[in-house]
Design a binder for this molecule. Sequence first.
Ligand SMILES: [Zn+2]
Ligand SMILES: [Zn+2]
Length: 394
Amino acid sequence: MAIDWLAQAHAMRAELVARRRDFHQHPELAFEEVRTAGIVAAELGALGLEVQTGVGKTGVVGILEGAQDGMTVLVRCDMDALPVPEANDTEYISQTAGKMHACGHDGHTAIGLGVAKMLAAHRDQLVGRVKFVFQPAEEIAAGAYAMINDGVLEAPVPQVALGLHLWNSLPVGTVSVTEGAAMASANDFTISVRGRGGHGALPDETRDPLLAAAQIITALQSIVSRNVSGMDTAVLSVCNIRGGDANNVIPSEVTLGGTFRTYQPAINDLVTRRLREIAEGVAAALGCTAEVRADLLAPPLINDTLVNARLREVFGRAAPEISLIDNARTMASEDMACFLERIPGTFFFVGSANSARGLDFPHHHPRFDFDEDSLPISAGLLAAAVAEYVLPSA
Ligand SMILES: [Zn+2]
Ligand SMILES: [Zn+2]
């Protein structure tokens, strides 16, 4: 008889909620997830998984080995919190000043442990293995690369990668398996504009980098409106400008910083090229120089069509009461993309908002919180998805 993963997950609701609240009360920033990783490693060990710690600094890997050989499925959960002071008034509010789980990674860690527990109970029927990857430092887009550099995608090599994000842009009771690019790339850039400073009353004797920087900011907005096709997507934002001290002194150097996001590698290359051309060209025209540094922090997150199709079929069967959509997208980014760039897979969004209860603040907001009904829903869906690949009898 088929295993009802959703019913099993709902039966674990109290445990999932208690774990999530415990992680919520003890948020840890990128690469500082020592307490969280300790709990994860202990729990995975208690379930009989083979546990590796210190993978990508504070990452934890647990391998659930099946009774028979077969494929390897990677399940990825992130563990880090944000430097955001919590403004909620709940019994499980953050106990650490200035830090909170404002993105839902507390929930992801609890969900991952719940899925490990559910699948470990069926180890005898398991064909293949599940590699549970508890990743640090998602919020600074560094944890996935750190774990990959430490060999998380080797020995055994996964054939499919699955992950999820609790999603406050969607109401609880929905799930999105998005076709193609679901999340954007993240690129960080800094432009140092250098000229020749001098007296504010004698600008003719200077090469004003502030004027050049102002023109560069304006000209950069032509990239999205005049270089990227209307059929494609990109955003570019200059988010800070630094330079100058006195009101009567033209500085020698001004620095601009910002971010840009795209859905396709080719558009990412185009924006990177135009960023350099515009900054250097405009600065030169105004007698200054511009030095551009642009770093790709995470590639676009692109879901695999075949895995998507299989997940939609599984979700429709395992959870007919959950409404399945296929078009939730965001210009935010996720370093799960680094895994999906190398291994086919799907990162799905599980609706977690409940407007009637005021649980609909956006991710990274000091009042972010989610409807905890999304915890068993997520665990049930993820377990069903993994079982599709390694539990043929289920
Ligand atoms: Zn986040
Ligand atoms: Zn997140």
